[in-house]
Design a protein around this ligand. Structure first.
Ligand SMILES: [Zn+2]
Length: 264
């Protein structure tokens, strides 16, 4: 039976292996196929493709995109807080003496937004009502409006599809954001990573079931980062090749759809 490891990092993100070492390790563990999924980068793909070809291993180019809402909630919250500061700065430039701290105190949460600014304006007696705060300052294209940061899961899916790729949610068992899965499916997400080093058997079973329920592709991999954390993980998670076949079939469909869309 043939196996694949579809989640690997190289020195082009935060791993230690170069292309030749990756191919060599894959050969050593008898893998039929590997995917390189560096963080926010595809720089290592051409070299690894070449090294894999020389070692007669199938290579699948990939990327592990950071979709802020899903995986880096704390950073996303910082972005929201900066947006508040920027809105307050704009108000100050219009001689509206609101302080960011007043907004944060009123919001009393980590993900403040425009309604909190509006309420702070009313509380400080700078506006008569929430409606007035939005109409005068905060509505889209009003002077204190600041565009919202976007690199949502939906956007990530769109980008991946435009590049002819298959969009898969990485290690859902670590993200603790299962509640977003239905809306991601709605947005066109193709699959979820069920097999992962840090997924227990129970967790893997749960996501296999979920994949089945939402008609999602199943992927998996070791998430090996090379030698920096003790014994390398490559080859410790073995994904049956049948899942790779399904993945490739979907990729072919996406490419056809992208091409016909581009030619319209
Ligand atoms: Zn990873």
């Amino acid at each position: 039976m043939a196996f694949a490891d579809l989640h690997l990092h190289s020195r082009f993100s935060d791993g230690t292996y170069g292309p030749e070492e990756l191919a060599e390790q894959a050969r050593r563990y008898g893998l039929a196929a590997i995917a390189l999924t560096d963080h926010d980068s595809v720089e290592g793909c051409p070299g690894t493709a070449q090294a894999c070809e020389a070692a007669a291993i199938e290579f699948i180019p990939g990327i592990e995109l950071t979709a802020e809402q899903l995986t880096e909630i704390a950073r996303f919250q910082a972005v929201r807080q900066n947006r508040i500061r920027e809105m307050v700065e704009r108000l100050n430039r219009m001689s509206v003496p609101l302080s960011a701290d007043a907004v944060f105190a009123l919001a009393n949460c980590r993900a403040p937004g425009r309604p909190h600014v509006a309420r702070a304006l009313v509380a400080a007696g700078l506006c008569q009502s929430l409606d007035e705060a939005f109409e005068r300052f905060l509505k889209k294209n009003r002077p204190a409006w600041v565009p919202k940061f976007k690199m949502s899961g939906e956007k990530a899916i769109e980008l991946i599809h435009q590049a002819g790729g298959v969009a898969v949610l990485a290690h859902p068992g670590l993200n603790r954001t299962d509640e977003v899965i239905p809306s991601m499916v709605e947005a066109g997400m193709d699959g979820i990573e069920c097999f992962h080093t840090k997924h227990s058997t129970v967790t893997t079973e749960r996501y296999l079931e979920l994949a089945n329920r939402f008609h999602l592709l199943v992927t998996g991999g070791s998430d090996c980062h090379g030698k920096n954390k003790g014994k390398p993980l490559i080859g410790t998670v073995k994904v049956p090749y049948q899942y790779v076949e399904k993945l490739k079939a979907r990729a072919a469909e996406i490419k056809t759809a992208t091409l016909s869309h581009a030619s319209q």
